[in-house]
Design a protein around this ligand. Structure first.
Ligand SMILES: [Zn+2]
Ligand SMILES: [Zn+2]
Length: 381
């Protein structure tokens, strides 16, 4: 099953802004909305497709993942999400806001699915993953081991012992709901026998105790796109906890954090690095080699007379930018180090050096102390 490109679905350019996307989506969603196309299967399909495309592209992180990996970014090992209830749409989490905004008035609130489907959904899981700045720079594929629940194999997730199968609940005839007359009102509530599932298990699976899922550690691959920021959230749809008795699985959210780096501080796409240089290099000039985030070296030539705090900019040597071939810059701030533990000879040389001193060698301190003198002179008057 090949899926259409999300940008094509919405009829926008890859460079479309969030506003363009929203406009395109609104137009198409209005056009294909099921309320306006009762019983039109093709329109329903279109509507789903448009919603799915927008749901992905409106989220900056998902869009980044999509741009980089295409549809594969959202497919777990199983190939797509089995959770969509029969007959109902499975709108991703973010759909409701716009949906309500546009159609809320005449759609009502209920988004009903199949009986028992929603409350059997597996839990979403969160996994905290710390990555190095290098990995954030170049992107990476890493494996995570997540303690979770997976579908029980022997019963295929049904919860019924092999050889048997769940039977339709006789109390509610599979509807999952029962009606009771109370005075003038008919009250509908979840079926007390099957708990809303519509089916009952007479002979529960021994392996999972009738749950349809078992605890297990799962190993998953996580693709980290180059340029990710600290705090980025990656959603692996359907990779959360398995659902109860065949219910749809939850999602797995990977929360990325960046480990502090030995040399670099990140500021968006730029990197900052503080480099101490010997006093002699600062005074006489010279070359200094510094590491770069891509694993190479960069040479900076320090001109004679360089002061502490001077900043060098290495263009294009910063971080990679999400969804872009661009790179930020690297800023080197030099700190001139005053030598310590001098030998007798070094001290003599420096004293001799000092004897040579004339006005103009230390313009900053000369200027400063000249002003201090003026201040003291003014105070005397
Ligand atoms: Zn089982
Ligand atoms: Zn029932």
């Amino acid at each position: 099953m090949s899926k259409r490109d999300y940008y094509d679905v919405l009829g926008v350019q890859k460079s479309a802004s969030a506003d363009d996307l929203k406009k395109a989506y609104r137009k198409l969603a209005m056009q294909y909305h099921p309320d306006r196309n009762q019983g039109d299967k093709a329109a329903e399909q279109k509507f789903k497709e448009v919603s799915e495309a927008y749901d992905c592209l409106k989220d900056e992180q998902k869009r980044a993942a999509y741009d980089r990996f295409g549809h594969a970014a959202f497919e777990g090992g199983g190939g797509g999400r089995p959770g969509a209830g029969p007959g109902g749409f499975d709108f991703g989490g973010g759909f409701a806001d716009i949906f309500d905004e546009m159609f809320g008035e005449f759609m009502g609130r209920g988004r009903g699915g199949a009986p028992g489907q929603s409350n059997n959904r597996g839990n979403d899981l969160r996994y905290n993953l710390e990555i190095s700045l290098e990995d954030a720079f170049k992107g990476n594929t890493t494996q995570v081991r997540v303690p979770t629940s997976v579908m029980c194999d022997p019963c295929g997730g049904s919860g019924a012992e092999a050889g048997s199968s769940p039977t339709t609940c006789t109390t509610c005839n599979g509807a999952g709901k029962v009606r009771a007359q109370q005075g003038f009102f008919t009250i509908e509530r979840a079926c007390p026998t099957c708990g809303g599932a519509g089916r009952v298990i007479k002979d529960p699976c021994r392996h999972c105790g009738g749950q349809g899922r078992v605890r297990k550690e799962k190993t998953l691959q996580v693709n980290i796109p180059a340029g990710v920021e600290d705090g980025t959230r990656i959603r692996l749809a359907g990779e959360g906890e398995a659902g109860l008795r065949g219910g749809s699985p939850g999602d797995l959210y990977i929360f990325l954090s960046l480990a502090p780096h030995r040399f670099f501080q990140r500021d968006g796409a730029n990197l900052h690095c503080r480099v101490p240089i010997p006093m002699t290099v600062a005074a006489l000039g010279g070359n200094v080699e510094v590491p770069t985030i891509d694993g190479n070296r960069a040479k900076i030539s320090v001109p004679a007379g360089t002061q502490t705090g001077h900043q060098f900019r290495l263009k294009g040597k910063g971080m990679s930018v999400l969804r872009s071939p661009a790179r930020g810059d690297m800023y080197i701030q030099v700190v001139v180090e005053t030598p310590v533990n001098l030998t007798k000879r070094q001290q003599e040389l420096l004293k001799e050096f000092d004897k040579e001193a004339e006005a103009g060698h230390n313009p900053e301190s000369e200027g400063f102390f000249a002003k201090v003198k003026e201040l003291w002179a003014d105070l005397k008057d």
